[in-house]
Design a protein around this ligand. Structure first.
Ligand code: NDP
Length: 318
């Protein structure tokens, strides 16, 4: 037991966001005992194994990040798997936390689960206001159910605080750089890195025009730790950069190319899908509750991520 008495279990502790939390915790004078869980410790789809693990570790707080996560093309091919795996993982973690009277559970939704047809900016009240984009409906509905389940626990009048956060697109060290299954930034970093080495032009899927908000994983980690201490409402809170920091994919590609000192031209393969054109989210609630938070500038964060990928090429997930 830590001197604070808190035992914080981070599911998905080996992923992009989990690793960032680990790094931020290491840098701070945090007195909590953190446990970073991987699928090798326990398959969270297995209810018995989850129960046994929780009984052994006795977490007082849970940051629930574990999920089947992937980029546009991975989602489009595997909606059934995204739906079922994530429903199973979430139900096991939430129900076990409820049964064992964990004090607080923070789960992770995503801005990409919001309704496809909506007004902008999107805010926390709009999660269930219409069907998600068809490309990732499996992932989206599984995530939306976390919010529903949180509210159902609250209605029971239970002791556990169930809340959730809604990050925008995350990137940073320890990302998944797989060329087929990754999100846009790690995919672009890996692809342009290889093209640069081969002296080939950089091919970017889609038009490069869609707009996105990107948060650096270390910034998100700091905000999730703030939620752990300060935010206990069942209503979700969006953790995103400001609306004016939304950028086109092509701007991101150019910054990555700059960071790699990319020599060849960038070309756009417009036969490939763009996904949702934009999903601008409002961080007004976050700004109101935590007005002084400073986000790392995109160019700096991208440069750090590119450098991390190059330095850790052999161990990076790809
Ligand atoms: P990653 O894909 O980097 O990591 C996923 C984590 O989940 C890994 O630690 C993995 O363990 C674990 N995991 C997956 N399946 C299981 C399982 N069956 N049992 C136990 N553990 C499992 O995810 P991110 O860090 O990117 O995402 C963290 C959270 O943030 C997720 O809930 C995601 O939906 C959400 N989010 C992510 C965004 C992004 O852009 N990345 C955007 C918005 C929200 P192992 O390493 O052992 O495989």
């Amino acid at each position: 037991m830590s001197s604070s008495g808190r035992v914080v279990l981070v599911t998905g502790g080996t992923g992009l966001v989990g690793k960032a939390i680990e790094e931020v915790v290491k840098e701070s004078n945090n007195n909590d005992r953190f446990i970073f869980l991987s699928s090798k410790d326990v398959d969270l789809r297995d209810p018995k194994a989850v129960r046994e693990y929780f009984e052994k570790q006795q977490p007082t707080h849970v940051i629930h990040l574990a999920a089947m996560v992937g980029g546009l093309y991975h989602n489009m091919r595997n909606n059934l798997e995204f739906l079922r795996n994530n429903i199973q993982i979430n139900d096991n973690v939430l129900q076990t936390s409820y049964d064992l009277k964990v004090k607080k559970v923070i789960s992770c939704l995503s801005t990409c689960i919001f309704p496809d047809k909506t007004s902008y900016p999107i805010d926390e009240t709009m999660v269930h206001n219409g069907p998600p984009h068809p490309s990732n409906f499996g992932y989206s509905y599984a995530k939306r159910l976390i919010d529903i389940q949180n509210r159902a626990y609250q209605e029971k009048g239970c002791e556990t605080v169930f809340t959730s956060v809604i990050p925008c697109n995350v990137f940073g060290p320890w990302d998944n750089y797989n060329l087929e299954d990754s999100h846009v930034i790690p995919g672009l970093i890996h692809k342009l890195y290889l093209a640069n080495k081969a002296g080939k032009e950089g091919i970017i899927f889609g038009t490069g025009k869609p707009l996105r908000q990107f948060i650096y994983s270390l910034d998100l980690a700091r905000l999730i730790l703030w939620v752990l201490d300060e935010y206990s409402d069942v209503e979700p809170v969006i953790l995103s950069v400001d609306e004016q920091d939304e950028v086109q994919i092509k701007d991101v590609a150019e910054l990555i190319a700059k960071s790699l000192s990319f020599q060849q031209p960038l070309k756009y393969d417009t036969t490939k899908a763009d996904g949702q054109y934009k999903k601008t989210a409002s961080n007004a609630k976050l700004r109101q509750l935590h007005p002084n938070f400073q986000f790392t500038p995109l160019e700096t964060a991208l440069d750090k991520s590119v450098k991390w990928f190059i330095e850790n090429y052999d161990v990076a997930r790809k």
